[in-house]
Design a protein around this ligand. Structure first.
Ligand code: FES
Length: 103
């Protein structure tokens, strides 16, 4: 596999009044995550990019980390930094910010 982790951060912007993660948050989140990992030895093995809707809009802002398939929601700067540190750099998914799996 080309990457150890491939992260898709929702930057979907819906019409005003509809719940969504939002383009601004998504782009800012990508920057925060990239900044957090950039000086780490495994940075080149982690790909972080913006994405369209991940279909968990009610729990946004959201992102998903593959190959684990972990969906994280209700994100803010603090949780993004913790997820980067623990999951992306430490290989320990953080259940406290994970969205429950659907059946
Ligand atoms: S708008 Fe982000 S998950 Fe749908």
């Amino acid at each position: 596999m080309k990457y150890d982790y491939h992260v898709f951060v929702c930057a979907n912007q819906k019409a005003e009044g509809k719940k969504c993660c939002g383009e601004k948050f998504g782009l800012d989140a990508v920057k925060i995550l990239r900044e957090k990992i950039k000086n780490h030895e495994s940075a080149s093995r982690i790909r972080i990019q913006r994405a369209g809707c991940l279909d968990v809009c009610g729990n946004g802002p959201a992102m998903v980390v593959y190959p684990d398939g972990c969906f994280y929601g209700n994100l803010n700067e603090e949780s993004l930094e913790k997820i980067a540190e623990s999951h992306l750099l430490g290989n320990h998914p953080l259940s406290e910010f994970m969205l429950p799996e659907k059946d």
